[in-house]
Design a protein around this ligand. Structure first.
Ligand SMILES: [Zn+2]
Ligand SMILES: [Zn+2]
Ligand SMILES: [Zn+2]
Length: 164
């Protein structure tokens, strides 16, 4: 769930948002999810860094969910990093498999959607740098209308380069 409000207290984030593992429920159905909570709520419920024990008396229950002090990744806590989807500052644990930081599944989806659209063979619409035809296929940043034009440009560049 993309959020600009803390899932615990409902306040808008005025600092980094902490991504935490959580369990949600609806009726008798339960499922694992992730929630974004504010620093104050996170610090209240995280394991004590010195003893590595988790305070038991802290209420981590929000509206239909409970968050867990279990880390969101296998690595160390990362410094606040802007979500690549919406720019929200997110604190989460690093993970060897983590490629980019996003605050939520919806940001990850919209990010891969826009990347796919960029790859979606629509080209840049700009004129080809070799033949001036508008570029209608390939990536959004392509500079040539077809591979042959890219080849031609490449050959021209290498030919123009002085021999040393
Ligand atoms: Zn909060
Ligand atoms: Zn986001
Ligand atoms: Zn061309």
């Amino acid at each position: 769930m993309r959020g600009d409000k803390c899932a615990m207290c409902g306040d808008p984030f005025n600092g980094p948002a902490y991504l935490v593992n959580a369990t949600r429920w609806k009726g008798r159905r339960r499922w694992g999810t992730r929630e974004l909570i504010c620093e104050a709520d996170y610090l209240r419920g995280r394991p004590d860094p010195e003893t590595n024990t988790v305070p038991l008396d802290v209420d981590r229950t929000g509206d239909h969910f409970q968050w867990h002090p279990r880390p969101t990744g296998r690595g160390d806590l990362l410094p606040p990093t802007p979500c690549e989807g919406c720019g929200l500052l997110v604190v989460r644990h690093g993970d060897p498999l983590l490629k980019r930081v996003t605050c939520s599944a919806s940001c990850l989806t919209s990010l891969s959607d826009s990347r796919n659209a960029a790859r979606g063979n629509k080209g840049s619409g700009k004129p080809c740098e070799t033949c001036d035809q508008p570029i209608t296929t390939g990536r959004a940043d392509s500079r040539y209308c077809k591979p042959a034009c890219r080849q031609k440009a490449y050959r021209r560049r290498t030919a123009a380069r002085p021999h040393v």
